[in-house]
Design a protein around this ligand. Structure first.
Ligand code: THU
Ligand code: ZN
Length: 296
């Protein structure tokens, strides 16, 4: 089991601790599939929602909050029945708006894993206004059920009444719906090709700045983040933040970053390069490779 889970395991009911420890091997990055959940339920005799709430300490153990020391854990449950954990990240020495919230981490985890609908979000602290707005960008966002440790389950529409969202800006294919915005670039560098593939799947209906980041560690592993815009603009999730959060779910240290690539569209009305460099340089002294690609 990874050391980062030692303290949280001690907080779990004994039957759950016994059942979950075998899943927390060195490759565990917060994904538990539907079959594994069924097995956890059988071993613990817990209802599914009870089990998901009980797993929150594991999600919170993925957090890296050097500023607040406040560990938030979230779980996004996809329509497939799989669950995706996420946790907050704070970037040392940088403006607070560079932070990643646990809910954003969990949602981006589900998105990068191919989920197209998120049905439930389970979180150990009440979702802030920014996260409510971020969730509202999802397909059927107002119907996402929010589960908190000491509240009755309620849909997002309860937490965010009179919501402003993508439909107010005439967007009919919201976050997690299939995006395919092909970008052209002549390269046979595998890391650049990976970034290009993710940029083409990114969600940037407001600026058309289809963008993605790939981070590589010295051993050749890669961690990616896509751009995920928000109708209210400020709660958008930057691709660098998404990539850093992918990396930290995989228990990699930011000091291990060896190469960093940002690809964005030449036709976007904004550029993310400044924001991406600021975030990257707060955790690693690596130059950002900035590549601009033509839309098809
Ligand atoms: N935080 C979340 O991750 N989700 C929320 O909705 C509430 C706040 C994080 C952000 C920051 O890292 C820390 O908690 C303190 O606000
Ligand atoms: Zn939040």
């Amino acid at each position: 089991m990874q050391d980062r889970f030692l303290k949280s395991i001690a907080k779990l009911p004994e039957s759950l601790a016994t059942a979950v420890v075998p899943l927390l091997d060195k490759d565990f990055a917060g994904h538990i599939d539907a079959q594994q959940l069924t097995e956890l339920q059988a071993q613990t005799q817990m209802e599914l929602n009870e089990l998901l709430l009980a797993l929150l300490p594991i999600a919170a153990a993925l957090a890296r909050p050097p500023i607040s020391e406040f560990h938030v854990g979230a779980i996004a449950k996809g329509k497939s029945g799989d669950i995706y954990m996420g946790a907050n990240i704070e970037l040392p020495g940088e403006a607070l708006f560079h932070s990643v919230h646990a809910e954003q981490s969990a949602i981006s985890h589900a998105w990068l894993s191919g989920e197209t609908i998120i049905e439930d979000i389970i979180v150990n602290a009440s979702p802030c206004g920014h996260c409510r707005q971020f969730i509202n960008e999802l397909v059927e966002g107002s119907k996402v059920n929010i589960h908190l440790p000491s509240q009755d389950t309620a849909p997002l529409s309860h937490y965010l009444p009179y919501a402003f969202g993508p439909s107010d800006l005439n967007i009919s294919a919201p976050l997690l719906s299939k995006q395919q915005h092909n970008l052209i670039l002549d390269s046979n560098d595998p890391m650049i090709i990976e970034a290009l593939d993710h940029a083409s799947l990114s969600y940037a209906p407001y600026t058309k700045n289809f963008a993605a980041v790939v981070l590589e560690t010295k051993d050749g592993a890669t961690y990616c983040g896509r751009y995920a815009e928000n109708a209210a603009f400020n709660p958008s999730m930057q691709p660098m933040q998404m990539a850093l959060s992918t990396m930290s779910r995989h228990n990699r240290d930011f000091s291990e970053i060896n190469r960093a690539v940002l690809i964005e569209s030449s036709k976007g009305v904004v550029s993310l390069v400044g924001a991406a460099m600021d975030a990257l340089h707060s955790v690693a002294p690596i130059e950002l490779e900035h590549i601009v690609a033509e839309p098809e």
